[in-house]
Design a protein around this ligand. Structure first.
Ligand code: PMP
Length: 287
């Protein structure tokens, strides 16, 4: 099945989906995005992703081009047209096309684009075997709660991870872990509680993080929403990350130091299971 993408109201082959060079996304990274996981052909936590998109758009003062129902129908149509059962839907809205000038254009409308990426999530090697992370300084701006398309700091952080033989970078500010380059970061203490950084402007409010916290509470796991240092992470019993495109992924080493016994831990395994159950449960997962 050949790939179909969405651009400004049309479903097109990728080679026909063209955006002018004066698009403010291209010139200024003046836009926001979302990424929604797909399992068994269904959009996971879609309502929460669309709510975060609304918030990101409001924060940068772009009018939301679609209602939640319209977005959902377009996403579902794109998934259907690509015959995708497992993977990821990427949505992006920029302030549109205008002569280059910093001020918002008087007229014009947002550029709306979506594409899918087919990938295995539930049975991905990373989910089974765990991954390694490195730590890097957090070089981003101060409004990381907005899902901005300006991702240069994350590109550099994740490339550094790759060159070090790791799969993710944990960004660090004042000695405390903020989050992963494209994921939320968690540790599990020796006493068995989950530690995660509280929401603020310093991190993206991860949708998978939010669902996972709800599931762990329901399961009776102790939660500590607080800052943690890199040193504490080195000495943790377990560590893991969450994201819409990977769900829950065990972390088996940080900066080359094995976490726990260097294998995915039991609490992480349990949370992976709970998350998958939720994602496969049609009554709970957003259609
Ligand atoms: N933090 C950052 C910086 C991210 O880019 C992502 C992935 N979009 C996440 C956290 C995880 O968020 P979510 O669970 O909503 O994908």
């Amino acid at each position: 099945m050949s790939r179909i993408v969405f651009l400004n109201g049309s479903f097109l082959p990728p080679e026909e989906a063209k955006v002018p060079i004066m698009d403010r996304g291209f010139l200024f990274a003046d836009g926001v995005y979302e990424g929604v996981g797909v399992l068994d052909g269904r959009l996971i936590d879609n309502e929460a992703h669309l709510e975060r998109l609304e918030r990101s758009l409001r924060e940068i003062r772009i009018d939301n081009p679609y209602s939640r129902n319209e977005w959902t129908r377009l996403e579902q149509e794109l998934v259907r047209r690509n015959g995708m059962t497992e993977g990821f839907v990427y949505l992006q809205v920029t302030r549109g096309v205008a002569e280059r000038d910093f001020f918002f254009p008087q007229e014009g409308k947002p550029t709306v684009m979506m594409f899918t990426q087919t990938k295995s999530i539930a049975n991905a090697p990373a989910a089974k075997n765990g991954i390694s992370v490195i730590t890097v300084p957090d070089q981003r701006w101060e409004r990381r709660d907005i899902k901005s398309i300006a991702l240069l700091a994350q590109v550099l952080a994740k490339q550094a991870a790759k060159e070090a033989g790791a799969q993710e970078a944990w960004m660090v500010e004042n000695g405390y872990v903020t989050e992963g380059g494209s994921s939320s970061g968690f540790i599990v203490t020796k006493a068995g509680s989950i530690v995660v950084r509280p929401l603020s402007h310093a991190i993206l409010p991860g949708i998978t993080r939010q669902s996972l916290l709800r599931l762990s509470k329901e399961d009776g796991v102790t939660l500590e929403e607080r800052l943690f240092t890199v040193e504490e992470a080195y000495g943790a019993a377990e560590a893991f990350l969450t994201s819409a495109s990977n769900f829950v992924v065990p972390i088996v080493s940080i900066d080359g130091r094995p976490i726990g016994d260097g294998k995915p831990g039991p609490i992480t395994r349990r949370l992976q299971e709970l998350y998958l159950q939720m994602a496969r449960e049609p009554a709970i997962a957003a259609e």
